[in-house]
Design a protein around this ligand. Structure first.
Ligand SMILES: [Zn+2]
Ligand SMILES: [Zn+2]
Length: 255
């Protein structure tokens, strides 16, 4: 029992520090490439950090339990011998995890926008107007719980090499931050090109934060396009206007 608690604590620390380093790094880059973009948002950013660190504690519990079981009880389908499956399976497993996560996120996110769950939980995430790099894990604890169980469940269903799992967690962390930071770090050809038609970037998720009832996906636009909820890319001016800071509109545009 103590070992499980220590494993959960270790995972909480890892998730929390990973969040602080990643969001901190992108917030720093933002202050260089979009100076003044977060001006006047200090109280909001403090709340984003507070909710995100609470989420880190919630994410740490199922992750710690599963990590303990993996190490001590042989649980999970995580493998360490890279030849245990054909090499082509490595990228396939990464894609399978991202697609499964995206599917869960999309439908759960649509449910979170129903009046009751929105009021009780998801409103916390939408209090970020406009979101910043610190909003990556800014969720009410109920919502954090629905996100925390995804990867720890998938490792029982889909075999994955430990290195491929690290890639999945890195993509999850980086995209959580970049999709909220108020400008697109990806090159224009990717955001506006053919791959951008299927991949979610900051321009796409910004529109969700501005208009609420569209663009629910996490990594891919597949479900949004299939279900008619994809409204295309947003502009970074919208949410600034809504908080009364129209003067930043031009500076924060995609360029
Ligand atoms: Zn968001
Ligand atoms: Zn939402």
């Amino acid at each position: 029992m103590l070992a499980i608690a220590l494993s959960a604590l270790a995972m909480t620390l890892i998730v929390g520090v990973r969040y602080l380093l990643t969001s901190g790094a992108f917030a720093l880059v933002t202050s260089r490439v979009r100076p003044g973009l977060y001006d006047g948002l200090a109280p909001q950013m403090r709340r984003e950090v507070m909710w995100s660190l609470t989420s880190a504690a919630i994410y740490g519990v199922p992750a710690g339990l599963v990590a303990w079981g993996w190490q001590n009880r042989g649980w999970t389908l995580i493998y360490t011998d890279v030849h245990a499956h054909p090499l082509w399976y490595l990228p396939v497993s990464v894609f399978a995890y991202l697609f499964a996560h995206d599917t869960w996120f999309y439908w759960n996110h649509r449910w979170l926008h129903r009046p009751g769950p929105f009021r009780r939980a998801h409103a916390v995430h939408h209090a970020s107007r406009p979101p910043t790099a610190w909003a990556a894990m800014s969720f009410h604890p109920w919502e954090a719980l629905t996100g925390a169980v995804v990867i720890p469940s998938l490792v029982f269903a889909i075999p994955i090499h430990v290195g491929a799992l690290a890639v999945v967690l890195t993509v999850m962390t980086v995209m959580g931050v970049t999709n909220h930071m108020g400008w697109d770090a990806f090159p224009r050809w990717l955001v506006h090109g053919r791959s951008g038609a299927w991949l979610i970037t900051a321009s796409h998720h910004q529109r969700h934060h501005a208009e609420y009832r569209c663009n629910y996906g996490l990594y891919f636009r597949f479900w949004d396009r299939l279900c008619g909820t994809d409204k295309g890319l947003g502009s970074f001016g919208d949410t600034h206007i809504s908080v009364g800071l129209p003067d930043r509109r031009d500076r924060s545009r995609i360029d």
